[in-house]
Design a protein around this ligand. Structure first.
Ligand SMILES: *[C@@H]1O[C@H](CO)[C@@H](O)[C@H](O)[C@H]1NC(C)=O
Ligand SMILES: *[C@@H]1O[C@H](CO)[C@@H](O)[C@H](O)[C@H]1NC(C)=O
Ligand SMILES: *[C@@H]1O[C@H](CO)[C@@H](O)[C@H](O)[C@H]1NC(C)=O
Length: 452
């Protein structure tokens, strides 16, 4: 009897201390974050980051891809990065943990002469070049990556090295269409081996990351891994600090499936970030949209995706036309604003006429994306809605994605980089939500105002 009571007491104490240590771990995870700087390539508008990789660490440039399931890079061009530049680079062997966690297939035997991409007993999986939209079979490998931590979310702290980081190796051909100097892709999708997932488990961070895209090719942006605070200084007083996370408003992340033509069948899950827009407003009034298009259909058509590799928000044709119609009626109310010749990739351009400038860009009619409740509204001002292509002309910074048919666009909207610049967007994998702050210019903050 005594031993039973003792046993019960010990179990109780153990479980209490387990609860405490779990709470402590959560507390630690909560307050910790790492970051990577972001930039925008002038020639291509691609969003890039710089990552320290290998031993000794070298700094290399990667494209940032919210849809990428695993980081990949060119490991076969010695000048870029390879086994000979890094002593901690290892190809994963068939049956090893990196091969199983990535669900990569064992590639068997390479019969040609041993070369940089010819190995026996390694495993391979498909990786995607998000700009050229091509896939390649890449070999799974591991190496050490090094990032800076933040001090309280507001200042660059010490370097943190993460060994055995899983990545995929490919060749220089897979880099086609990527910006000059880019050696691979930093994938952030909802997958176990995306950069964000690997960092949160290896460095015990909250399962969240946030991106703040640069407003111009000349300024920086930042990507935080881990929880808030996300602290910036306002441009008018560099000694002040503002944790912009208090501005975050949240909407649910949805699961979407690959398109399928088989009736009643469902395709495989897509690891991208999907949200549901319920309406689009111009100057507070909803534009006409066939609401079926905004729903996620079992066929894989419909809904809204978030993308760092689409430079501008893409709308299905009927939605795009509706937006232009409403925007044009409103913007033409300003004297001397007139239609101008088209400037690619945009279809609707205007002479500025008497439109005034404001702190948040040209004072054009306000566009808003409304998510699943009326309060969750993404306000888009001139700085994010129109692109000034010359002194006199600006264009609506949205593009027509074509008709939403079985062969055309799959989603109603893709929220692209231009609309996200100067906005902090957080992806919370734990609670399955996306948070956004609206333009930080309201606080005089730009994404470059971090103490790097
Ligand atoms: C792979 O193994 C095969 C058969 O064992 C051998 O002939 C071949 O040379 C090996 N290739 C490499 C790249 O080591
Ligand atoms: C800037 O902010 C600091 C800290 O809040 C404050 O003490 C200082 O007076 C401010 N400077 C100006 C010029 O407003
Ligand atoms: C709305 O879109 C759906 C899906 O494309 C289509 O079947 C339906 O006919 C459309 N409704 C209207 C009123 O155009």
């Amino acid at each position: 009897m005594a031993s039973l009571i003792q046993f019960g007491l010990v179990t109780l104490l153990l479980s209490i201390s387990a609860v405490f240590s779990q709470a402590r771990q959560e507390q630690q995870a909560k307050s910790k974050s790492l970051f990577l700087p972001l930039s925008r390539d002038r020639a291509t508008n691609q969003i890039l980051t710089h990552l320290h990789i290998g031993t000794p660490a070298i700094t290399r440039t990667f494209i940032v891809d919210l849809a990428g399931q695993i980081p990949w890079l060119d490991c076969y061009t010695t000048a870029r990065y390879s086994a000979s530049t890094s002593s901690t680079h290892r190809l994963a062997k068939c049956g090893s943990a990196p091969c199983s966690v990535t669900a990569a297939a064992c590639s068997g035997i390479c019969h040609s002469a041993s070369g940089p991409s010819c190995h026996n007993n390694t495993c391979q999986l498909k990786t995607r070049n998000p700009i050229r939209s091509t896939d390649s079979l890449s070999e799974v490998a591991v190496d050490t990556v090094t990032l800076r931590s933040t001090i309280g979310g507001g200042r660059a702290g010490k370097h943190v090295s993460i060994p055995n980081f899983i990545l995929a190796c490919d060749d220089s051909y897979h880099l086609g269409h990527l910006a000059a100097g880019v050696v691979g892709s930093v994938g952030l999708a909802r997958s176990r081996v995306s950069v964000s997932s690997q960092l949160s488990s290896a460095a015990t961070l909250a399962a969240k990351f946030a991106i703040c895209l640069p407003s111009s090719p000349d300024s920086n942006g930042i990507m935080f891994f881990g929880d808030s605070p996300y602290v910036f200084y306002p441009s008018d007083n560099e000694t002040r600090s503002i944790d912009v996370s208090y501005r975050l408003i949240y909407t649910k992340l949805h699961t979407n499936y690959r398109r399928t033509t088989a009736p009643g069948a469902r395709g495989s899950e897509i690891p991208d970030y999907f949200v549901k827009i319920s309406s689009i407003l111009v100057e507070g009034s909803p534009i006409r949209i066939n609401s079926t298009l905004l729903e996620f259909q079992p066929s894989g058509i419909g809904g809204t995706r978030v993308s760092t590799t689409d430079p501008y928000t893409v709308l299905g044709s009927s939605i795009y036309r509706s937006l232009v119609r409403a925007f044009e009626i409103e913007v033409m109310k300003t004297p001397r604003v007139k239609k101008a010749a088209t400037v690619a990739p945009f279809r609707n351009c205007y002479e500025k006429g008497d439109l005034p400038m404001s702190l948040s860009g040209l004072s054009v009619p306000e566009i808003a994306l409304v998510f699943e409740s009326a309060e969750v509204k993404w306000d888009i001002f001139g700085v994010n809605s129109v692109v000034e292509v010359s002194e006199e002309v600006f264009c609506l910074g949205f593009v027509d994605g074509g008709p939403m048919t079985a062969k055309g666009a799959t989603v109603a909207a893709v929220i692209g980089a231009y609309q996200m610049q100067g906005v902090l967007v957080q992806f919370d994998l734990g609670s399955g939500t996306m948070g956004f702050t609206n333009t930080l210019l309201a606080e005089s903050v730009e994404c470059s105002n971090f103490r790097f």
